[in-house]
Design a protein around this ligand. Structure first.
Ligand code: IFM
Length: 452
């Protein structure tokens, strides 16, 4: 029997998978690639839980054809990958490295030949080390260099790549890399410097939007891929929903809110006080350059809130210790976040085209005696989250597509290789790929365009 219509997605909904360069490519020193901050960071003892690096990754650089065949077997029609800035510009600026570009040419051609639409992300955290040596994201020049890099990608690839994302998860790479220091480059900045890094990240986004518009083929679509802080109404009543919207706007003040409103909120500037970022009116215009879509990476419910009598009109509900989590301890389970995140974006900012640019989960993922991973916890997670996404589309929230994180097990940043997010298991000793049970589940979802 077919699925009830209530669980179907709109016609033309794009189903895809996602990866990022440093996490899957490997080939860290091949064909002229320069070092990135993640090479430096992962080679520093004590930074990565299992002492590993992204040197080998999932060897996607050499096995991309096999990986495209895996996507085809899933029935997905879209693939979101990232371009490694240090492959194209080993020092961040200067002459283009043709061998680096050639890899993305090969990958894009292979995808198109398989009927899979390429969605390219310009920055997924692998800043060229040479730019870090000149101040990294603390320096305004890094944002300008990013604009130049984006322009070159636009000139070279937008004849075939029609959708481009600017920076992936500014919130994560800034807060973890420059505040807590648990991600590259491992800094713990004072508030004023940290606010300036945030500002340079959104400025880089705006400059890239303008560069792609100026240099890309006409019709190229561009937008951010951000992990919005999602405030969920703890109880779904109109008052709590209004409170959750207000909280979401404030919680995203230095990222999505300024990008989509063209101003920092009063509360954000007041709280930053003397440490507020230094910016000009022109910066704000650049940052708010119109985008074609907004990408949202959605994993956890973030914060549950309730309407409150007191300022600012909402209050965060503390997360109890008993709250359920997946294999990664940060990954609290909240399927309804996949309903509220796009709904908030549509209502707060009038966003007309939304992609879920990442969603998925880690799991313990041990192969059984037959070599297959029976990851029923990932299937449970996906079924529940996708049910909520379907609820959003059924109500008219304009979500155009969904990219599951991730196609493959890969280098999970400071957690190394032990934490697995893939639909496809990777045996790192042999680089052998084996689809997990969740791959069968996802293939059915894609084939029926419905939650199964
Ligand atoms: O692996 C990461 C990805 O690089 C960014 N978003 C979250 C994923 C899981 O932690």
């Amino acid at each position: 029997m077919d699925q009830p219509s209530a669980l179907r997605f709109p016609d033309g909904f794009r189903w895809g998978t996602a990866t990022s360069a440093y996490q899957v490519e490997g080939a860290a020193r091949e064909d002229g690639r320069g070092p990135s901050i993640w090479d430096t960071f992962s080679q520093t003892p004590g930074r990565i839980r299992d002492g590993s690096t992204g040197d080998a990754g999932a060897d996607h650089y050499h096995r991309y054809k096999e990986d495209v065949a895996l996507m085809k077997a899933l029935g997905t029609k879209a693939y979101r990958f990232s371009i490694a800035w240090p492959r194209l510009f080993p020092d961040g600026t200067g002459a283009l490295n043709p061998k680096g570009l050639a890899f993305y040419d090969r990958l894009v051609d292979e995808l198109l030949a398989a009927g899979i639409e390429p969605y390219a992300t310009l920055y997924h955290w692998d800043l060229p080390q040479a730019l870090q040596d000149k101040g990294g994201w603390q320096a305004r020049d890094t944002a300008l260099a990013f604009g130049d890099y984006a322009a070159e990608v636009a000139r070279r690839l937008t004849d075939r790549v029609r959708h481009v994302f600017t920076l992936n998860e500014m919130l994560t790479f800034v807060e973890h890399g420059y505040e807590s220091g648990v991600f590259a480059p491992g800094l713990k900045l004072e508030p004023a410097a940290l606010h300036q890094v945030r500002h340079h990240a959104v400025l880089a986004h705006g400059l890239a939007v303008q560069a792609v518009r100026a240099q890309g083929r006409s019709g190229t679509e561009i937008g951010p891929a951000e992990n919005m802080m999602i405030a969920l109404p703890a109880v779904e009543t109109p008052a709590h929903v209004r409170a959750a919207e207000a909280a979401t706007r404030e919680m995203n003040a230095p990222y999505l809110t300024v990008m989509l409103e063209g101003r920092y909120t009063d509360a954000y500037l007041a709280e930053a006080g003397a440490a507020a970022p230094k910016f000009t009116a022109r910066d704000l215009e650049i940052i708010a350059s119109p985008v074609d879509f907004v990408g949202l990476n959605v994993y956890t419910p973030g914060h549950y809130v309730l309407a409150s009598e007191a300022e600012p009109g909402w209050a965060v509900v503390p997360m109890p210790a008993s709250y359920p989590r997946m294999a990664s301890d940060w990954l609290t389970i909240g399927p309804e976040s996949l309903y509220w995140a796009p709904r908030h974006a549509a209502r707060l900012w009038g966003v007309k085209d939304i992609y879920i640019t990442e969603n998925g989960t880690s799991a313990a993922d041990r192969p059984g005696p037959d070599g297959v991973v029976y990851d029923i916890d990932r299937v449970m997670y996906l079924r529940n989250y996708l049910t909520q996404l379907q609820r959003a589309t059924a109500e008219g929230v304009p979500v155009r597509g969904y990219f599951l994180w991730s196609l493959l097990d890969n280098f999970e940043w400071a957690d190394g290789y032990a934490t697995r997010f893939g639909l496809v298991h990777v045996d790192y000793a042999t680089q052998r790929r084996t689809p997990k049970l969740s791959a069968s589940f996802y293939r059915e979802v894609v084939a029926r365009n419905a939650v199964v």
